[in-house]
Design a protein around this ligand. Sequence first.
Ligand code: ADP
Ligand code: MG
Length: 354
Amino acid sequence: MAPVTFRDVRKAFGQVEVLHGVSVDIEEGQFVVLVGPSGCGKSTLLRMLAGLEHISSGEILIGDRVVNDLPPKDRDIAMVFQNYALYPHITVAENMGFSLMLKGASKSEIAAKVAPAAEILGLTHLLERYPRQLSGGQRQRVAMGRAIVRDPQVFLFDEPLSNLDAKLRVSMRTEIKNLHQRLKTTTVYVTHDQIEAMTMADKIVVMHDGIVEQVGEPLELYDRPANLFVAGFIGSPAMNMAPGRLDDADRGVFVTRGGQRIAVAAPGAAEPGRDLVCGIRPEAIHLGGDVALTVEVVEPTGSETHVVAKMDDVEVTCVFRERITARPGETLKISIDPQAVHLFDAEGGKRLSA
Ligand code: ADP
Ligand code: MG
């Protein structure tokens, strides 16, 4: 296990800079998720850590060692990709032990490392099978087994679950997290899926267009997004956004463009006279109150009811614990938890509320 440090890391492909100075500290044993939309530079950053991509400027450290010029094989890391690329003509056991065999380990040494890794992953009964005889989830587990067997300082994962169906993805998520809790190896995990990030990470790094938008624990990001990008990216259904301003006479009231009044417990640095965006999580909306919505669509999920409605011209999604029978076109009176109202600067998107 080792900490990992990115210090003002930049990457250019030819003339095009795709990472614009990324700094992140990853503690020893931490499970850190890099999350962001496709093309934001997650894989590039991970590949630079792995040594598969040259670093244009800045420094990457594993432990207290700068690894910029260290070849991949000397970095003591193991990487699991989306395309797990097992060797088809050798068994599960041989796939798992392959890197040790390359290093010249003896058969008994290899077996002694493969057996416990197989045990942890529930692969013991499959060790003599060939990859084609395994399901997608089992193959992904073999790919992880191959990484575990190397006992690296750091595990790297690049969208390892993207090729699996939805149900398997959820169970593999739990399995990988469980694995980390047992092995406690420093892990850097890349995904575009914010739910994966929220459920698995000790710490999330939200990336966008080659920069880090915010770093924090999952619920920190959820409760106090630093800007409109993070606010809109983290959370499902997404945070509702209503443009407007604070009331001139009362900083504790946000007034939407359509004139709806929303109480704000902690306006922080937000000032009247400034164009703002009010962010409201779907579950911060409660039945009964002074704010009027016009119902558009009602979606019962069983455990909750999602209502898509209009607050004047702004579309608002509500998540209610209650079962609701409202019809399209009906008015729904709601209230919004004043503690859960987020205010952002309309220009630049920075968080202003406390
Ligand atoms: P992500 O993994 O977040 O989807 P990537 O790190 O793969 O994003 O890509 C970040 C940006 O760098 C994208 O604009 C992509 O087109 C560009 N890019 C990635 N690899 C190369 C390459 N080998 N040559 C040129 N551009 C690249
Ligand atoms: Mg990628």
